[in-house]
Design a protein around this ligand. Structure first.
Ligand SMILES: NC(=O)C1=CN([C@@H]2O[C@H](COP(=O)(O)OP(=O)(O)OC[C@H]3O[C@@H](n4cnc5c(N)ncnc54)[C@H](OP(=O)(O)O)[C@@H]3O)[C@@H](O)[C@H]2O)C=CC1
Ligand SMILES: O=C(O)[C@@H]1CCC=N1
Length: 348
């Protein structure tokens, strides 16, 4: 029955490609033999991983496109222009196909520039629990993608978890939250378990309890629709043990969790390579304690976050005098109801 299955190709057969491929197989949406990947010749382990699934594994990108109905672009962001350049430069290639790019920070506009003009593009941000069909994915359609392409993308991504269609301006924040998020949760699980081990639990029991606790708590947030703060209060008995633990977490962890999303957001966005035609936006992290009167870290960035327009102007005034080179600098004032003003400053 493999003939009815889509032929799915991966350009780049690394960790995320393998997670999606395994998820598609578990979901019954693909079989090993209906998938094909291209790997860098140096990456023997990824080539073997695809072969072990029963998939074809090549060292060239063009045949992957030729043999596939849908192509998942899963190389590192800086490699995207090179890998898609192979396709654009291939003579006589039939590339009127659907390309799903999962690369962090590579925009629809760039993808459409890198690929032959007949290609349809969808930009996706998945996450690695796609491997166990518990991923959280979002997607944005490109200018030539059809409704059918959006439906097909949804079908593929829903088979390995949840999937929502969003607008492109949200993608960097989504990358920071759910694209990278599993890594933060793994640290959380590891540290919960380490704490348990410190207090005498066997390590395997500690990991089982920590992971099931994270899974159960997440499921309650998702399925009950009750605010996480209310759910937290339900666990916290007056003068009990949880309150003592929260006392520590509230001081140390909560602010840092929020802060690291902001830091990752800063890292996302177009990646500077020679092949990128747009200059990367300025995303600048500034310790505002350097400026009179501000004693905490804040962020100034393109599409970023700074509470008050007056504060932005004040910091800009200070900053301008300290910078030798020409410098573009955008900041947004973001309030509860969303971004309410965006200002771009330009020195010289
Ligand atoms: N890992 C994750 O959880 C997530 C990753 N992503 C995105 O997925 C993409 C891949 O990430 P990830 O799987 O972690 O990275 P990996 O490094 O594991 O995978 C990338 C693969 O592409 C190979 N490669 C390098 N150059 C080429 C080339 N010219 N043609 C074909 N293949 C090539 C690499 O080989 P070699 O190692 O030899 O260079 C590597 O096997 C990134 O763009 C990332 O932003 C998105 C969401 C989540
Ligand atoms: O770390 C990264 O850059 C990629 C994007 C999201 C998860 N991994």
């Amino acid at each position: 029955m493999t003939s009815n299955l889509l032929k799915i190709g991966f350009i780049g057969g690394g960790k995320m490609a393998q997670a999606m491929a395994k998820g598609f197989i578990s979901a019954g949406l693909a079989k090993g033999e209906t998938m094909i990947s291209s790997c860098h010749p140096s990456d023997v382990a990824s080539a073997k991983a695809f072969k072990d699934l029963g998939a074809e594994s090549l060292f060239e990108n063009v045949p992957v496109v030729e043999k596939s109905d849908v192509i998942i672009v899963s190389v590192k962001p800086s490699v995207v222009p090179i890998a898609l350049g192979d396709i654009k430069n291939a003579p006589d290639i039939k590339a009127d196909k659907l390309f799903l790019s999962i690369a962090m920070g590579v925009t629809i506009k760039q993808l459409e520039q890198y690929l032959p003009k007949e290609c349809r593009v969808v930009r996706v941000m998945p996450n690695i629990p796609a491997l166990v069909r518990s991923g959280a994915s979002v997607f944005v359609t490109g200018s030539k993608a059809t409704d059918r392409d959006a439906q097909l993308t949804k079908k593929l991504l829903k088979s390995v978890g949840t999937c929502e269609q969003v607008t492109e301006n949200l993608l960097d924040a989504i990358t920071a939250l759910s694209g990278s998020g599993p890594a933060y949760i793994y640290i959380l699980i590891e540290s919960l378990a380490d704490g348990g081990v410190k207090m005498g639990l066997p390590r395997d029991l500690a990991y089982r309890l920590a992971s099931q606790t994270v899974l159960g708590a997440a499921q309650m947030v998702r399925d009950t629709n009750v605010h996480p703060g209310v759910l937290k209060d339900d666990v916290t008995s007056a003068a009990g043990s949880t309150a003592a633990g929260l006392h520590v977490l509230e001081q140390k962890v909560r602010a840092w969790m929020e802060w690291q999303i902001v830091v990752v957001f800063m890292k996302c966005g177009p990646v500077g390579t020679a092949a990128h035609t747009d200059p990367p936006p300025q995303r600048v992290l500034i310790n505002t304690s350097l400026f009179k009167g501000f004693s905490f870290w804040k962020l100034l960035c393109g599409g970023g976050w700074l509470q008050s327009a007056n504060l932005q102007r004040l910091i800009w005034k200070e900053l301008k005098g300290k910078l030798a080179q020409q410098f573009h600098f955008s900041c947004c004032a973001r309030f509860k109801e969303g971004i309410v003003n965006t200002t771009t400053y330009k020195s010289n």
